[in-house]
Design a protein around this ligand. Structure first.
Ligand SMILES: Cc1cc2nc3c(=O)[nH]c(=O)nc-3n(C[C@H](O)[C@H](O)[C@H](O)COP(=O)(O)OP(=O)(O)OC[C@H]3O[C@@H](n4cnc5c(N)ncnc54)[C@H](O)[C@@H]3O)c2cc1C
Length: 350
């Protein structure tokens, strides 16, 4: 296993920040991955697992060891209409969605064009256009960094939530996801509950969409709404949509009748983009970083920006949303190395 020193990560994070890793390993086999994990533990180095770098805010210096999980491979078991597809962590997420469609295995099409790897997808239970990963999840295998064991996790074990899982919030940094098994179907059952998707299919004059139609429509809507990280640095939605109780929602709705929100069980999910837009941030530039002019939920790096500049902007946005609406925004990407606690005041009692 070769450990590289002082590696430039600019091309390995979609913000395009000029971060440098003290040490770096690209793990292309389980053996390499295990060796890297043991080395970091023995030496007491902090360990950062890297997939496609599309949900990370990397600071200038990354201490310890960065391990890029580059395991490849796919295997399939078909029984009747049911398909169990096991995909290695380092495979590209979007390529996997396209591959599954080509094979006639349906279910992932709404999640097309999300950047990153298969291994990172369960971390925040990726979701888009009416589907979350957990709905297509069967199980995953992960390497326990503390014990060195390889463990299996069922859907219940993963404790999936909205942009959340066991791996993101309850046991962060404990497991390396090795592969994920998806429960797919040879029988198409398009999910059209997301309004923008249904409208796009209608606009195309498609009444009975195939999974390929859904895939094409999702790609087209995403390309029209989100900046391409190859052209403008970004990590997709920068903030989660805040979830509030029905009582909080009603009081906000009275004060702001055009508030955009969605039912989420007994609670309500507020559209973070709407809150940010109403505070006047859309299109705002602060040095090289800013708020994407076409979608207030996306923060961008237009050139030589850095993590601290972006986090200052994120803090200013969070403060203004709290002051105006009494709602706390939570960042979606992970900042690495982590920030030393910013004091956040909750305005609504939990
Ligand atoms: C333009 C754009 C659009 C996006 N749209 C969406 C969207 O619609 N929905 C959505 O949910 N997300 C979206 N994202 C966010 C992002 O693409 C996803 O969260 C994606 O799953 C991150 O994958 P990654 O491989 O890039 O992870 P990274 O950014 O490399 O890592 C993310 C986290 O996972 C950890 N990690 C990575 N690999 C492993 C592994 N094998 N085992 C354990 N931990 C690991 C990292 O340490 C880090 O904490 C978008 C991002 C961009 C840039």
């Amino acid at each position: 296993m070769s450990v590289q020193q002082d590696v430039d990560l600019r091309a390995l994070n979609t913000f395009g920040f000029a971060a440098r890793a003290e040490r770096f390993v690209r793990a292309q086999s389980l053996d390499m991955l295990q060796q890297a994990v043991v080395l970091a533990r023995t030496e007491g180095w902090p360990l950062l697992l890297l997939g496609g770098g599309s949900n990370l805010v990397l600071r200038e210096r990354i201490p310890g060891l960065v391990v890029q999980v580059a395991l490849k491979g796919r295997a399939v078991r078909v029984e009747g209409d049911s398909v169990l597809a096991t995909v290695a962590a380092g495979e590209s997420w979007h390529d996997t969605v396209a591959w599954s469609l080509q094979q006639g295995y349906f279910g992932l099409e709404n999640l097309a064009l999300i950047p990153g790897t298969v291994g990172a997808a369960p971390m925040q239970n990726i979701g888009a256009y009416g589907v979350e990963l957990e709905e297509r999840f069967h199980e995953l295998r992960a390497l326990d960094i503390e014990t060195g064991e390889i463990c299996r996790f069922s859907r219940a074990d993963c404790a999936f939530g909205y942009r959340d899982s066991l791996f993101k919030s309850r046991q962060p940094g404990r497991y390396v996801i090795l592969d994920v098994t998806f429960a797919l179907s040879c029988r198409p059952e398009p999910v059209l509950r997301y309004r923008a998707l249904a409208e796009e299919l209608q606009r195309r004059g498609i009444e009975q969409p195939t999974p390929q139609d859904v895939f094409d429509a999702v790609c087209s809507v995403r390309r029209s709404k989100l900046p391409d990280p190859a052209l403008i640095g970004n990590a997709g939605s920068f903030f989660k949509n805040p979830v509030v109780t029905a009582a909080q929602y009603r009081s906000l709705r009275t004060a702001f009748p055009d508030l955009v929100a969605f039912e989420a069980g007994q609670d309500y999910k507020l559209a973070a983009g709407w809150l940010i837009d109403r505070c006047g941030w859309k299109g705002h530039r602060q040095g090289a970083v800013g708020v994407y002019p076409h979608q207030a939920l996306v923060l961008v790096n237009e050139g030589e920006g850095c993590a601290s500049e972006l986090l200052r902007l994120a803090d200013a946005i969070t403060d203004s949303v709290r002051e105006r609406f009494g709602v706390e925004l939570e960042m979606e990407p992970r900042v690495y190395p982590a920030r030393q606690g910013r004091i956040i005041k909750r305005l609504f009692a939990d």
